[in-house]
Design a protein around this ligand. Sequence first.
Ligand SMILES: CC1(C)c2ccccc2-c2ccc(C[C@@H](CC(=O)O)C(=O)C(=O)O)cc21
Ligand SMILES: [Zn+2]
Length: 372
Amino acid sequence: KSREMCDEQMLVEEPMSDSPISMNQSYDPASIPEYPFPMEQIPRMSINDPRLQHLIETSQPVVITDSQLVQPALKWNLRYLKSNLGDGLYYVYSSHNNRFKYFDKERAKQCSSFKQPTTRKEVAFSDFIEMLKKCNESTERIYLQQTLNDTVGPNIVQDYLQFNWHFVSRIQSKMQWGDLSSNLLLIGQEGNITPVHYDEQENFFAQVSGFKRCLLFSPDQFECLYPHPVSHPCDRQSQVNFSNPDYQRFPKFRDAHAVEAIVGPGDVLYIPMYWWHQIESLASAEPYDHGFTDDAASSCGSDTSDEDIPPVTVSVNFWYRSSPLPQQIEYPISAQQRVSVMRNIEKMVGAVMGSPDEVANLLRTIVDGRYN
Ligand SMILES: CC1(C)c2ccccc2-c2ccc(C[C@@H](CC(=O)O)C(=O)C(=O)O)cc21
Ligand SMILES: [Zn+2]
C-alpha cells in the first residue's frame, strides 16, 4: 500500500504524511530549482508493464518503480555504510558552490587557462563523514563518487549479490549491450547539482535514499546544449548553466525542452546512452536519519550523532557499454549516431590541427558557402 501511496504522492508532489517505513518518503517541493525550458514527465511504470520493453528498445527514458534492483541497499544509511564499507579509499569531490561539473584531470593539466570547478580527494569513509560535518559550518559542499569494488566489507558484498541481477541481465542480453562497466556509489548533500552532460554508456540509475530530480534531453538537442569541444577537459558537458544561461553565446538554448523524473528510494531511471541529463539532490521533507542516534548507538556511546551530519542522498548507477557491434547503418542515421560521428570528426581534426581555433577554422572552411 505504502508503495502505491508513495507513487501517487510522487505524482501529485504532495509531501507524504507520517509513513510506516522509517526511510524518508517525500521531498520538499520548494527545494526544486525552476528553469526556463518546458518539461514533460518521464513515464513511471511497473517492471511488468508491457510498454517497458518497447521504451527501452527505442532508447526512451523510463522510471521503473518496482524492480527491486537495489532492494538490499535500501538499508544503506551512513551508519551501516561506515560499519560495513571497510577501509577502502573513496573519491570525494568538493565544490565552493552546489555544482559538481565533471572535468578530465589529465586534460585540465594541459589547459593552463582552465580553472577547476571542483577538487578531488581520496579518503576513508569515516573521513568522509567528518568532512560532511564540517560542511555544516561552511558553504563548501562534497560529493562521494566511488566505483563499488572488492575492498568493501562482506555485508556490502552480500547486499550487492542480492541485487536483482536477473532484471538487468535480461535487458542487457536482449538489448545486446556490452559488459557492465561499473557501479558507482554516489553520496551527495541535498542541494548538490550534477550539471547537464551526456555519457557514452547505457545507464540504469538506481535511487537508494533521498530524492533526486532528473532532467533529461534527447540527443537531437545537441545544437541547443552547446557541449564543450571534445578536446576540452569538460568534454561531454554542456557550456550552458541552467541557473544563469548566456543567451548571447547560446541562443538555441531557448529551444531546449526536457523530460523530468523525481526518483525516490527503490526507483530506477533508465538514462539511454547519449541522453543529456542534469541530476539534482532534493531536500527531504523530514529530518534525515543517518542511523547514528538510534538508542543502541547512543547507549554504546557512539561519538557520532545525526544532527551533526547534513542530510545526503544515496544512489547506485549501473553503466553498460553499448552493443559492441556497430549497428547496421540505417538511414536516416539516429541522433546518437550523429553525435558519435561528430565526436569522431572533432577528434580526427583535433589530432591533426594544433589548436581548437584551427579546428573551427578548418570545419568552417569546409562548409561555408559550399554546403548551403
Ligand atoms: C558529479 C560526480 C560526482 C562526478 C564528479 C567527477 C567525475 C565524475 C562524476 C560523476 C559521475 C556520475 C555521477 C552520477 C550521476 C549524476 C548524479 O547522480 O549526481 C550521473 O551523471 C550518471 O549516473 O551518469 C555523478 C558524478
Ligand atoms: Zn552522467
